[in-house]
Design a protein around this ligand. Structure first.
Ligand SMILES: Nc1ncnc2c1ncn2[C@@H]1O[C@H](COP(=O)(O)OP(=O)(O)O)[C@@H](O)[C@H]1O
Ligand SMILES: [Mg+2]
Length: 236
């Protein structure tokens, strides 16, 4: 198992946001988290990657309890994230943004090789290597965000709404690349508003609502449930 959350509680300041969240991400699989705005999806991911601390419960990554480890220590162990809204450095070039992802000891040894892998996955980024990230299209910026996470040589990639604001064609492309990551042996934890499309590529999915996991299962099971169809997938 790549990642296991066991009864995790966390929040901001005194405000509890997520409650008893338990989730698992298997090796070489895509785990999707769906749910309405404000459900606590981003907060869950931040607790996973260590940007905020868990109040209780545990986070086990590749058999090691990482609950008390800092974010960079989790990166060293092979967990990399692309945050909501991507957070690129707009004045730096595409390639400079990518290279920033390789700051961990784990990644530093093989930067050039990993960069080649990322360009192999996103040929468009090689063409745009010398262009300031702020001048890229939304889709290209998202590719840089994912590529930067890959530069850390992760075994788990955590992606927060990578399709946000992209055209349907680009959304499809991002989901194809996500499947390619699985083929390359990575495990992906993906939060998505595009629930219907995300479930098409998921191996397993969780539905969150008001800070809790309210449903889980293989995508076929979730897509069969009438209430979910109406609430999240906009299909009648
Ligand atoms: N930095 C923060 N400080 C305080 N509350 C926050 C912060 N970020 C998010 N929240 C609150 O946490 C709740 C869950 O937000 P979030 O995890 O971003 O949900 P989602 O990603 O599912 O839309 C929301 O009510 C939101 O207002
Ligand atoms: Mg969010």
């Amino acid at each position: 198992m790549t990642l296991e959350l066991k009864a995790v509680n966390s929040g901001y300041g005194q405000t509890q946001i997520i409650r008893d969240v338990s989730m698992s991400c298997r090796d070489e699989s895509i785990t999707v988290v769906v749910g309405p705005n404000g459900a606590g999806k981003t907060t869950t991911l931040k607790t996973v990657n260590g940007l905020i601390g868990a109040w209780s419960g545990s986070i086990v990554f590749q058999g090691e309890d990482v609950t008390r480890l800092r974010a960079f220590e989790r990166v060293e162990r092979g967990m990399a994230s692309c945050p909501e809204g991507r957070r690129l450095f707009p004045r730096l070039t595409t390639e400079a943004n990518l290279r920033l992802g390789a700051y961990s000891k784990r990644a530093r040894k093989s930067v050039e090789e990993t960069l080649e892998d990322v360009y192999g996955l996103f040929p468009r980024l090689r063409e745009r290597a010398g262009v300031a990230a702020g001048r890229l299209s939304g889709g290209e910026q998202q590719m840089v965000g994912i590529g930067r996470a890959l530069m850390a040589k992760p075994s788990l990639v955590v992606l927060d709404e990578p399709s946000l604001g992209l055209s349907p064609k680009l959304v499809g492309e991002i989901f194809e690349k996500t499947q390619e990551l699985r083929k390359r042996g990575l495990s992906v934890l993906l939060v998505e508003q595009n629930a219907f499309q995300a479930l098409q590529i998921a191996d397993y999915a969780y539905v969150m609502q008001e800070g809790k996991v309210v449903n889980e299962g293989p995508p076929s099971k979730l897509m069969d449930q009438e209430e979910l169809k109406k609430a999240y997938f906009s299909i009648e």
